[in-house]
Ligand binder design. Structure first.
Ligand code: NA7
Length: 549
């Protein structure tokens, strides 16, 4: 409980100890001298990278850019080993950050926040956990990740299966043994396409249940290019990070500013072949400017990938099943892989197209589709997450007048800048819905929010402002803007988790901000420069005068 009215236990309670929570804790404690309490469900730091331990799990951002930029020393000291960072190494990195900045002393592990209630009279948050904690803080900051609430589909007979079953997003800490087993993987999103080739190499037999065929680009993963790291990256880190901050997706890479349609087919093919050979995120990040907005431009790239799939997959019938034709390239989360399509050339791998023969039920021995019954020793659910809002809804978060966040967002998330939601004063979301978040290299977006929030908190201290809350009108306008920006893009032409389409009954609303990291940063900076335009800055007392700086 609060020590006394308006004297909370902490300046800020932060939920989550992944990139966002760790960075926020360090910033507020080290640079602003604030008292911070972090609550974390896991028994260690890492967030997404603590839970997603499935075989083949790694990040699609190149490792040299998948890190914090606040410490120049750490940028120089830390050495990634792979071109893309693998889960164990990202976890080591985040543990290193926690140790290096002595962060653990303010983190309570094995603790889930169950509720957070805004106490209007005191202008404080009261936070409760499953461990019996009940504390107050002036600020509540969520660092809960965007894709942390695992989605196991509600398939008939789910609990009847007698073999082993796992979800990629809550993978056991102990090694899972696939040897000699008949394994099913349901789902071909990022987690599926990363784990399928690895499981195929170990299992006796692997059956993949695919609902939507995917475009995926070879990652060309390998050990990191040391020369590139030492000669190009490390001496230029400041520039690279600054370019990333003002880029479209949080990478220091330039898009081709031409239209895919303004050059000859031969020249286009040459460019696609070169980026395919280079592989990875660059294939999309450096592509023509209109691939994400013009279906005809997009088709040139999509057709190029389909041709590659036909070349890689030996069995024409399997190749046809793997062919993505119902959505544009990049409309669902872009994927990069290692030997994904080639895996279907293995004798122990089979592909089941459940769009044409849907899963009817899970049986004690396996899976029954419309036209076949399969037997398995293990089922792996790579079926994704209740993204962006699911984790918020697991907590009982109540703002003014007891307003429940889940109710306020029942028709889709409503935020101002993805940072705050009206009716919930002094609550901030790091990479909340309505910000670029999942459409970007996450550490870049996370750090931008951390810095912006910390600046606002500092401003409040200087002017003795006790509460800050998004104005309802500013929020309305931002929601309209987020939709307007998404409307002309390819994102609206697929059933994706960006739109909540993977969760039955979830409102179909495009949740992240598609205007780009740099444009978004500029907007946030302008809001701050204009005296936090669109926010109500107040003394914290109901009906009291608001303060404008
Ligand atoms: P995703 O990308 O949401 O992929 C989930 C996959 O599971 C996808 O292929 C889905 O098909 C499939 N799925 C979901 N529900 C079902 C049901 N009910 N039946 C059959 N198949 C289903 O999750 P990931 O874990 O792979 O990746 C999440 C993010 O983590 C990723 O985008 C990166 O940002 C990192 P669908 O395509 O919906 O038809």
């Amino acid at each position: 409980m609060a020590n006394s009215e308006n004297h909370p236990d902490f300046d800020a309670v932060v939920i989550g100890a992944g990139f966002a929570g760790l960075g926020m804790l360090r910033k507020l404690r080290e640079e602003h001298g604030m008292s911070v309490q972090v609550y974390e469900t896991g028994d260690g730091v890492g967030g997404t990278w603590y839970w997603n331990r499935y075989p083949g799990a790694r990040c699609d951002s190149e490792s040299y850019m998948y890190c914090f930029s606040f410490s120049k020393e750490m940028l120089q000291d830390w050495n990634w080993s792979g071109k893309y960072p693998e889960q164990p190494e990202i976890l080591s990195y985040l543990n290193h950050v926690a140790d290096r900045f002595d962060l653990r002393r303010n983190i309570q592990f094995n603790t889930r926040v169950t509720s957070a209630r805004f106490l209007e009279d005191a202008s404080l948050w009261e936070v409760e956990t499953d461990q019996g904690d009940r504390v107050t803080s002036q600020f509540l900051i969520t660092g809960i990740g965007c894709i942390s609430s695992g989605n196991v589909p509600d398939i008939k007979g789910l609990d009847s299966f007698q073999g082993e079953q796992y979800h990629t997003g809550s993978w056991p800490h102990e090694e899972v043994d696939f040897a000699g087993k008949r394994v099913a993987v349901i789902g071909t999103g990022s987690s599926g396409i990363q784990s399928i080739p690895v499981i195929a190499m170990q299992a006796e037999h692997l059956t993949v249940f695919q609902r939507t065929p995917q475009y995926t680009i070879p990652a060309r993963h390998g050990t990191i290019d040391r020369k590139f790291l030492e000669e190009t990256v490390k001496p230029n880190y400041d520039d690279l990070m600054e370019r990333a901050r003002w880029s479209t997706a949080g990478f220091p890479m330039d898009r081709d500013e031409r239209s895919a349609l303004e050059i000859s087919a031969a020249e286009r093919l040459e460019i696609y072949e070169a980026s395919w050979a280079e592989g990875g995120t660059r294939f999309l990040s450096t592509s023509f400017k209109d691939v994400s907005t013009d279906r005809r431009a997009n088709d040139t790239m999509a057709e190029f990938i389909r041709k590659k799939i036909r070349e890689m997959v030996q069995d024409p019938e399997t190749a046809e099943k793997l062919m993505p034709t119902d959505h544009p390239f990049g409309s669902k989360r872009p994927l990069i892989d290692t030997d994904y399509f080639e895996t279907y050339n293995r004798e122990n791998v089979e592909l089941v197209d459940i769009r044409h023969s849907p899963i009817q039920e899970i049986t004690p021995r396996g899976i029954r589709t419309d036209d076949h019954e399969f037997e398995f020793d293990m089922i792996v659910f790579a079926t994704g997450f209740d993204a962006m809002t699911g984790t918020f809804f697991k907590m009982d978060i109540r703002g003014r007048d007891g307003l429940l966040l889940k109710e306020k967002w029942s028709e889709g998330p409503k935020t101002y800048l993805g940072l705050q939601t009206a009716g919930f004063p002094n609550m901030f979301m790091i990479t909340g819905p309505g910000s670029p978040s999942v459409l970007s290299n996450m550490p870049v977006s996370i750090e931008q929010h951390i810095d912006w929030i910390a600046d606002l908190l500092q401003h409040m201290r200087e002017y003795d402002i006790k509460s800050v809350e998004a104005e309802a009108d500013a929020e309305k306008a931002w929601v309209v803007h987020v939709n307007e920006v998404a409307e002309p893009t390819m994102f609206m032409q697929a059933n994706s988790w960006y739109l909540g389409a993977n969760i039955p009954g979830k409102p179909r609303v495009f949740m992240p901000y598609a205007g780009g990291v740099g444009t978004y940063r500029k907007k946030c900076n302008e809001v701050a420069d204009n005296g936090y335009e669109g926010f109500i800055l107040g003394t914290g007392r109901r009906g009291a005068e608001t303060v404008k700086s």
